[in-house]
Write a protein that binds this ligand. Structure first.
Ligand SMILES: *Cc1c(COP(=O)(O)O)cnc(C)c1O
Length: 492
């Protein structure tokens, strides 16, 4: 299918809207604008009718694959269904039309909601105080690690190393490095958890902290977490919890009770805000009492009988985000919390774990599972059996698109060869999981019967297999009207 870009539909003189003749006198542009800002040639925009535009973009939207169109088992991303009631609540005029520069007296309801959300997230994570400012998980990590750094500095300690397990999400070592720490990798043991003896050998007087995901990216709960916490604390370091995917633990166990000192949560994963495609996110950070002075500002306080924004803490790490974070997402997360309630959140974690184990069980006979353990919210398959027969994890992922599914995460975590990382989430039905398992089994059969179909998949999409390395290294994203529009320019 050949899909033209909107510029190719341009017809000279065609217009989408017609405006009446202006009755405002035109000023002399050279008198009111700097010379640099005055165009010498007209803007080169597509000349199309309103109908052309509507049809063009409506058609393109039908080519999108999203949660509202199908199953999206992208491991570590918690692509679960986002209840539409969250959208309705976030679109209430009182939330939608507020401006961050309004006097606080006129946004008391929003501030109270934010305060209550902070309290709810603190309770869920077992922390003493939460900031809602960070705009993503990775941003929460940076905020948390900078607080740890400031805390240690205030105690007159120079600690230069952050420990990160080899199964960690890539943002963990990146965050530690960005905050100025040296990163040291902690190996995994044969059960997929932290190698505790290796950890013992790695901690010391230079250890600022350990960043840990639990359940980890293999979907496995860290059985030795209490011992791990003791080892790091005894060495004088702090524990950072990567809580991006908290749907396995909601209401069951709290990072604060496991010994963690700082936590981030991804509202756009666990708390059901639509995400992906670069939209806004939110990565609130919770801390234990000792770190409260270092939280970013402003913070929401109840003072003189009203909610206020305070920026008077002498030890704060400062601002990490303009105003008070991505408030629209915070409203959605609050709606999600309140509409579920405590019982509902327990049902979320029960179902997330049940779904992952059910699906894993369906696939065990055909795909290698590196660890013979029950999982939490996700699991990792290894396509080594398929690789020996000439087909790789990438081929399987691409072929799933033909079967109508978004592919799992591939080649991550790095500790598993030919990894396919599947996160079904709690919002999928048994029928959907069965259909997915069926597609995975059929693909395994195709490995023997029609391997070429796999090597060249997908076949049912507008664009086939892309050269992803070329797309990343030499992207061609610009429209060059003078060069004319060529097939080549567009397809790359
Ligand atoms: C998604 C994720 C992150 C990063 O979150 P962003 O919002 O994408 O920055 C960090 N850790 C884990 C385990 C994740 O799954």
């Amino acid at each position: 299918m050949d899909v033209p870009i909107i510029f190719e539909k341009s017809v000279p003189g065609r217009r989408g809207i017609q405006l009446p003749e202006s009755d405002v006198p035109m000023p002399d542009l050279h008198a009111v604008l700097p010379e640099d800002y005055i165009r010498t040639t007209p803007t080169r925009l597509p000349q199309v009718s309103e109908f052309d535009v509507v049809r063009h973009y409506t058609f393109l939207s039908t080519l999108n694959y999203g949660l509202d169109t199908g199953f999206y088992p992208l491991g570590s991303c918690s692509m679960k269904y986002n209840p539409k009631v969250n959208e309705s609540v976030a679109n209430l005029p009182g939330f939608q039309t507020v401006h961050p520069l309004q006097p606080v007296a006129t946004v008391q309801g929003t501030l109270e909601l934010l305060h209550r959300l902070e309290e709810g997230l603190a309770e869920i994570s077992g922390m003493d105080r939460v900031t809602l400012q960070p705009a993503a998980g990775a941003h929460g990590e940076l905020t948390g690690i900078l607080m740890i750094k400031r805390y240690l500095e205030a105690r007159g300690e120079t600690r230069t190393t952050i420990l990160v397990p080899d199964s960690a999400h890539g943002t963990n070592p990146a965050t530690a490095a960005m905050a100025g720490f040296e990163v040291r990798e902690v190996p995994s043991n044969a059960r997929g958890g932290v190698d505790v003896d290796a950890l013992r050998g790695l901690v010391g007087s230079s250890t600022a902290g350990l960043m840990l995901t639990n359940p980890n990216t293999l979907g496995l709960f860290e059985e030795d977490i209490l011992e791990i916490a003791d080892i790091v604390h005894a060495a004088g370091g702090l524990l950072y919890y990567d809580g991006a995917n908290a749907n396995a633990i909601l209401g069951r166990v709290r990072p604060g009770d496991m010994g963690f000192d700082v936590v981030h949560l991804n509202l756009h994963k666990t708390f059901s805000t639509p995400h992906g495609g670069g939209g806004p996110g939110s990565g609130p950070v919770g801390v234990k009492k000792a770190l409260i002075p270092y939280l970013p500002e402003p913070s929401i306080v109840w003072r003189n009988n009203e909610w206020q924004l305070s920026d008077e803490s002498p030890d704060t790490i400062g601002k990490v985000r303009s105003y008070y974070g991505n408030v629209g997402i915070l409203v959605r997360a609050y709606a999600y919390l309140r509409s579920h309630g405590a019982e509902g959140l327990l049902a979320v974690s029960d179902t997330a774990v049940l779904n992952a184990n059910y699906l894993l069980q369906q696939l065990r006979d055909r795909y290698e599972t590196p660890f013979k353990r029950r999982v939490k919210h996700e699991f990792v398959l290894s396509a080594t059996r398929q690789k020996h027969r000439g087909v790789r994890a990438l081929d399987i992922a691409k072929r799933l698109i033909d079967y109508g599914f978004y592919p799992p995460t591939v080649y991550f975590p790095l500790v598993i060869e030919e990894a396919l990382m599947v996160e079904p989430t709690e919002t999928e039905s048994k029928e959907t999981l069965d259909r997915f398992a069926d597609a995975m089994r059929r693909i395994d059969q195709e490995v023997d019967e029609t391997p070429d179909v796999l090597h060249t998949a997908p076949h049912e999409t507008v664009v086939g297999r892309l050269d992803e390395a070329m797309a990343a290294r030499k992207p061609n994203l610009t429209y060059q009207p003078d060069a004319g529009i060529t097939q080549g320019g567009r397809s790359s």
